[in-house]
Design a protein around this ligand. Structure first.
Ligand code: SAM
Ligand code: DTB
Ligand code: SF4
Length: 338
């Protein structure tokens, strides 16, 4: 594949209908780096404001003690990570964190819980948080694990804007990472979220030991969802002591940038988030990710349990790169469209 065939093969008009094959996505990965970045940036500018970045802040509202065995995750009770299981935070604690995020400039507040699947009571408690955070003028997102019939609807009624539920990796590699729930379980939850009219935030992790073809397999799954996920977090594995992936080899940084570019090209209108792993990245590498089409970050000193760059560090980086925050509620929908 070359850049010319690429621009002919991915017109935004057929975005909704296009089905990608793994071979086609691997071919994108194999483009010369500069051709790939050029194509991704061109696609980016056709659909999004060029220098605008969406800012989401994260809070772990229920930390640790999760029964699932996701091998990357410090919150699984099956790994020896010395993480205590905590109870669900009180509404006041959540609102205080949301106030701080808003004061720092965040547009969206994402609440994560280390659950396999919430109970009815837990969903009610989270719905109350969603409503209160939304009333503060922030967009809301939650990630609570698998949802049962009716739970997404309840969250929607509380004012939930986004539900994050990742596919994490390709169907072929998935069984080496998680055994306690299936790929289909994840797809079912995503369908419930979509059916309830909530925006879908769905992406994955790279650096789990997968091959390039398996990375392409994840992108194919995401890009063949119609409509595409509204938001696509690309996480770089944060290696936490005590997890089975603690000693996994680092992914080549250019391969990470390629993954962002391939996500941008295959899902032109999605907001692609440069997610976990930024703390270990140089600012130069982050700038390359923005050039490759990333237009969102997790903003604030903590992800769920691990670190993230400080507010001031990101503010300084934005200043140096001439980037600015997307204004609340507009995201890509009000941005330049071709
Ligand atoms: N328990 C819920 C679930 O798994 O859907 C919600 C919280 S879970 C921590 C949310 C996502 O965080 C995971 O799907 C995974 O993509 C990401 N994540 C967890 N640990 C990570 C790590 N060490 N490095 C990068 N991403 C990670
Ligand atoms: C997502 O894709 N990444 C975020 C969010 N969705 C919930 C979580 C990253 C977690 C990194 C490890 C931790 O801090 O525990
Ligand atoms: Fe639990 Fe989510 Fe971590 Fe898996 S990723 S162990 S489901 S908190």
């Amino acid at each position: 594949m070359n850049v010319t065939t690429l621009s002919r093969k991915s017109p935004s008009a057929v975005e909704g209908a296009r089905r990608w094959t793994v071979d086609e996505v691997v071919a994108l990965y194999e483009l010369p780096f500069l051709d790939l970045l050029f194509a991704a940036q061109a696609e980016h500018r056709a659909h999004h404001e060029a220098n605008a970045i969406q800012l989401s802040s994260l809070l772990s509202i229920k930390t640790g003690g999760c029964p699932e065995d996701c091998s990357y995750c410090p919150q699984s009770s099956r790994h020896d990570t010395e993480m205590e299981s905590e109870k669900l935070l009180d509404l006041d604690e959540v609102l205080e964190a949301a106030r701080q995020a808003k004061a720092g400039g965040a547009q969206r507040f994402c609440m994560g819980a280390a659950w396999r699947s919430p109970t009815a009571r837990q969903v009610e408690a989270v719905a109350e948080m969603v409503k209160a955070v939304k009333d503060m003028g922030l967009e809301t997102c939650v990630t609570l694990g698998m949802l049962k019939e009716g739970q997404a609807q309840l969250l929607k009624e509380a004012g939930l804007d986004y539900y994050n539920h990742n596919l994490d990796t390709s169907p072929e590699f998935y069984g080496q990472i998680i055994t306690t729930r299936t790929y289909q379980d994840r797809l079912d939850t995503l369908q419930r979220v979509r059916d309830a009219g909530i925006n879908v935030c769905c992406g994955g992790i790279v650096g789990l030991g997968e091959s390039r073809r398996e990375r392409a397999g994840l992108i194919v799954q995401l890009a063949n969802m119609h409509p595409h996920p509204d938001s696509v977090p690309i996480n770089n594995l944060v290696k936490v002591a005590g997890t089975p992936l603690e000693h996994e080899e680092d992914i080549d940084p250019f391969e990470f940038v390629r993954t962002v570019a391939v996500a941008r090209i295959t899902m032109p209108r999605a907001v692609v988030r440069l997610s976990a792993g930024r703390e270990a990245m140089s600012e130069t590498l982050q700038a390359l990710c923005f050039l490759a089409g990333a237009n969102s970050i997790f903003y604030g000193e903590k992800l769920l349990t691990t670190g993230n760059p400080q507010f001031v560090q990101d503010q300084a980086l934005f200043e140096r790169l001439g980037l600015h925050a997307v204004s609340t509620g507009t995201e890509s929908k009000a941005a330049i469209t071709a």
